[in-house]
Design a protein around this ligand. Sequence first.
Ligand code: FAD
Length: 304
Amino acid sequence: MSSSFRASAEALSERIKVSFEFFPPKNGDMEGQLWDSITRLAPFQPDFVSVTYGAGGSTKEPTLNTITRISRETTLAPAAHLTCVGSDKVSVDAVAREFQAVGVKHFVALRGDSPDGVGAAYKPHPQGYANGAELVAGLRNISDFEVSVSAYPERHPESPDFATDIDMLKRKVDAGATRAITQFFFDNDVYERYVERARRAGIYIPIVPGILPIHNFAQVARFSKLCGASVPDWLARRFDGLEKDAETRALVAAALAAEQVNDLVERGIDDFHFYTMNRAQLVYAICHMLGLRGDETTAVGAAA
Ligand code: FAD
């Protein structure tokens, strides 16, 4: 390895920022897996770690418990996802205050999906926040929270066109959002075109790419259809025939995600949000390849 390459890799790791997304556990085994993952990834000193929220409040307690434990037992900055589907404004505000009471200063504000499932027609609660933008405004009325929002490089399935989609992102920014995190995507050109569209519309907040390492290709392909993310043929080909070979699938998945992230770095991107699926191994490998090295003083337990 040449010394100039080593020097540039070191400089790169200094400017790379990462954040990790987890989901709240449903049982003791899942809780163990979640905390193994948090413990393994914590030394990378993520900008923040976020915990998802079941639309309609279905995971309120486990999300709150996970956030509370992160606040108490680690030095990580927690971000709570919050949705407004199926609830009136007063109830959503009350949940936000509960999160605030356990130390949350950062929300990922989302409308959420219809209780009938992703893709079913969405009906706002008559006394509720109708969409992500209204929720952002509601949160900012409570406190000067940091608020991240969603962005859809291939547009949200309910958006009739890109203009409508970008307009919603603009409304969320105007309401006080300070960062957008994208739905996962596999074609970096799609992301780049979306960011260009947003910039042309006067949106200047960071639009952080959401990176999904593929643990289970069949599952990702199914979910992609529902949420409007496309799966390129070349990607399907890479997993073709590996259905019974978990070890090789993991190697292919790590190589693919590293390829995607490295290409984004070459395009000037230095902030990444990882959908961890509560599994650390692939994300750990990608962060390592990005040049990040763990700082063990950030280990879980440091704040206990
Ligand atoms: P909004 O920003 O309000 O709207 C999304 C898009 O839909 C807009 O671009 C808009 O153009 C279009 N749209 C909305 N309403 C209409 C309408 N009436 N007519 C036409 N177009 C419309 N879900 C969860 O349940 N829990 C989570 O923790 C969670 N975390 C997420 C994190 C990220 C980073 C992302 C990208 C998504 C997450 N989701 C989560 C999924 C999200 O709730 C769904 O994608 C949901 O369908 C839209 O929520 P939103 O906040 O993006 O909606």
